[in-house]
Design a protein around this ligand. Structure first.
Ligand code: ATP
Length: 226
């Protein structure tokens, strides 16, 4: 299987005067169509790692290759385009726009791309249908439950047909039932759309290959459970 993300000798140091190294020599490959869970104690560097994988943050040294493109010397606007095309993001707090309805929130990341409007709208409807949200299309996002709001965020992350979804504690704010719902949706999306998932989680709901981080280093990588 080709890799959709490759990290080569990635180090991350925060601070200029007082330096604090957060990641040490990370080498990691994320295969197309795979599910990966990133676990580790609080402060071990999980979010930093995910942000670097998503090109939201740059490593201090090392290389990040996204879908075959090395991002090391990539101009900011090219990087933004690659990120928007290849990666969908899901966060613990969904960051939905409260002044827009469900449908428009799902469409939001597609505004930057030059895709056909009709196609994008059809895709949004299909995703909302798959996620059991079609009848809420016109609702204001504030009128939905926490679990439903997170499902809107999942639909939004899929609108540009990404190869990769990066999810940072996507169920951190949800009850057990809604959390199970989210993981089942991830498995379904992975199967139907072939999207690779990297999920930072504290949950017992580990899915797929487990990547354990300790003090900024990869402690172990389990084989894929699939
Ligand atoms: N922008 C920043 N500047 C300086 N230090 C930072 C910055 N972002 C994160 N850190 C530090 O890096 C370390 C790792 O943080 P990170 O958020 O990656 O950990 P985490 O494993 O995701 O933790 P948690 O499970 O609590 O979310 C922490 O000590 C944090 O304080």
């Amino acid at each position: 299987m080709p890799n959709v993300i490759e990290l080569k000798d990635v180090n991350k140091i925060y601070g200029t005067r007082v330096k604090s190294q957060i990641l040490y020599d990370i080498n990691l490959e994320i295969e197309e169509n795979s599910i990966n869970s990133v676990v580790g104690a609080s402060g071990s560097g999980k979010t930093t790692l995910l942000n670097i994988m998503g090109t939201l943050d740059r490593p201090t040294s090392g290389e990040v290759i996204i879908d075959g493109s090395n991002t090391k010397n990539m101009a900011q606007h090219k990087l933004a385009k690659l990120r928007n095309q290849a990666i969908g993001f899901i966060f613990q707090f969904h960051f939905l726009l409260q002044e827009f309805n469900v449908f428009d929130n799902v469409l939001m990341p597609s505004k930057i791309q030059r895709n056909s409007r009709t196609e994008v709208k059809e895709r949004a409807n299909r995703l909302l249908d798959m996620l059991g949200l079609y009848k809420y299309r016109q609702y204001n996002v504030l009128d939905l439950s926490g679990g439903q709001q997170q499902r809107v965020a999942i639909a939004r992350s899929l609108i540009n047909n990404p190869k990769i979804i990066l999810a940072d504690e996507p169920t951190g704010n949800l009850d057990l039932h809604s959390s199970e719902d989210v993981y089942n949706i991830f498995k379904q999306v992975n199967k139907e759309y072939g999207v690779a998932f990297v999920i930072v989680t504290h949950d017992k709901h580990l899915a797929g290959r487990v990547i354990k981080i300790q003090d900024g280093e990869i402690l172990l990588v389990s084989p894929s459970a699939r």
